[in-house]
Design a protein around this ligand. Structure first.
Ligand code: NAD
Length: 396
């Protein structure tokens, strides 16, 4: 079949297998071009490994550091004429490339919150590696089914006061007002349960109890703080409350990990368009302004560049740049005064007419298409595609 983007709201319901594979291959080439990365742990578990920051971490660990990787993700294979999800195609391409390079890569597809998933991954770590050297928790999930069977859902809402902002329609380029009422206590608690540190602690606790944490084991979790203009919907909102909980969890985990001389780190990454970020109200305007300012300054980075810089200059280096909460800051370029001045002074001025002048909406839109494997140079989008791409996974 010929596969074209089908965009509905902030969702694209199709993905291009050859485009996704081309994306992964070019990220692999980019990491390899930067040369080997020193001190990267050799047995790496990535939870949330099929998109955004998790996939970038898996690629960087394997092709920059020569690591064996286990990836956990929740993706959809192709079914009855529907394409697979982008993360399926990207993980398939990663696995094929890793195996061709002689690098161990195993995949687990299903719910990372579930006990069945944890049991299966831990059994594989025991059988294949004995122990794990690094656990990267990079999950962005809309909901979590608890051990009791109850499903709780995260919400993207402000806390304490209502939020009014704008979002840009991908197809029509229309700016639409978004108004959100503040979350109630139950919604805040549910968001913390889904996106806070509890499940991260559960994974590390179970790995530890099963004797699977290697000496010096490192575990990381990615967070976002953002800019003053996004504080009302992000950092001071429900998702920010969940992210605060990561700081608590990191401290608790670091004390648990002293037994193996390990540590837990929360890492603040920059705002980027990923599957998860595309759902955040107001983010399209912020990121379009941010891309404009950072590209003009020559400091724009994607997920791969962020993780590459993290691995080469921070995570495995003596001179880590941590803030007062012990978090590694990779949002340093995003928060530079000249970048934030640009964003803040134009926030509120963006209209459909000046979109291309004030913002990099075209770059933002291209990033959205790229997420789904579209709009890559060198890919023939008129060529027939076989949507059913096989991948060795254990399903749950
Ligand atoms: P993403 O949507 O690109 O990737 C999310 C990953 O989680 C995918 O691999 C997906 O398959 C997996 N996943 C979701 N639900 C799952 C489940 N129940 N079980 C197993 N796997 C599941 O997201 P992302 O933007 O890369 O986010 C990863 C982390 O980085 C999040 O903690 C996010 O808050 C953080 N972060 C993102 C940004 C940003 O701007 N995108 C900035 C800073 C930090």
């Amino acid at each position: 079949m010929i596969i074209a983007p089908k965009i509905k709201g902030f969702l694209c319901t199709t993905a291009h297998p050859a485009g996704c594979a081309a994306d992964v291959m070019s990220q692999i080439d980019q990491i390899k071009d930067g040369g080997p990365i020193l001190n990267v742990p050799k047995r790496v578990l990535v939870i949330g490994a099929s998109g955004g920051y998790g996939l970038a971490t898996r690629i960087t660990s394997a092709f920059g550091g020569g690591a064996e990787t286990i990836g956990v993700f929740f993706e959809r294979p192709a079914l009855k004429g529907r394409t697979a999800s982008p993360g399926w195609y990207k993980s398939a391409a990663f696995t094929e490339a890793a195996e061709a390079a002689g690098l161990y890569a195993k995949n687990f597809n299903g719910d990372a919150f579930s006990q069945a998933m944890k049991d299966a991954v831990i059994a594989t770590i025991k059988a294949d590696w004995g122990k794990v050297d690094m656990v990267v928790y990079s999950l962005a999930a809309p909901a979590r089914t608890l051990a009791s069977g109850e499903t709780v859902r995260s919400v993207l809402k402000p806390i304490g006061e209502s939020f009014s902002g704008a979002t840009i329609d991908f197809n029509s380029r229309e700016l639409r007002r978004v108004a959100l009422e503040p979350a109630d206590e139950a919604e805040i608690a549910a968001t913390v349960q889904v996106m806070g540190g509890e499940d991260w602690e559960d994974w590390i606790g179970q790995l530890k109890d099963q004797g699977c944490l290697a000496q010096g084991c490192v575990t990381t979790n990615y967070t976002y703080l953002g800019s003053e203009v996004t504080f009302p919907i992000y950092y001071h909102g429900t998702i920010g409350r969940a992210k605060e909980d990561l700081d608590r969890a990191a401290q608790a985990l670091s004390s648990q990990l002293t037994e193996v001389n390990g540590h837990a780190r929360v890492i603040v990454m920059k705002g980027l368009l990923t599957q998860a970020a595309s759902a955040i109200p107001g983010m399209s305007v912020y990121l379009s302004l941010l891309f404009k300012a950072m590209k003009a300054a020559g400091t724009h980075e994607g997920c791969l560049e962020q993780v590459d810089r993290l691995f080469r200059t921070q995570l495995f280096s003596a001179g880590q740049r941590c803030d007062e909460s012990g978090r590694i800051r990779m949002d340093d370029w995003e928060l530079k005064p000249e970048i934030q001045d640009y964003v803040q002074s134009h926030w509120g001025q963006v209209t459909q007419d000046n979109l291309d002048e004030l913002t990099d909406f075209e770059g933002y839109r291209a990033a959205f298409l790229n997420l789904h494997g579209f709009d890559f140079e060198g890919v023939d989008y008129l060529e027939e595609q076989q949507p059913d791409v096989p991948m060795a996974v254990q399903d749950f």
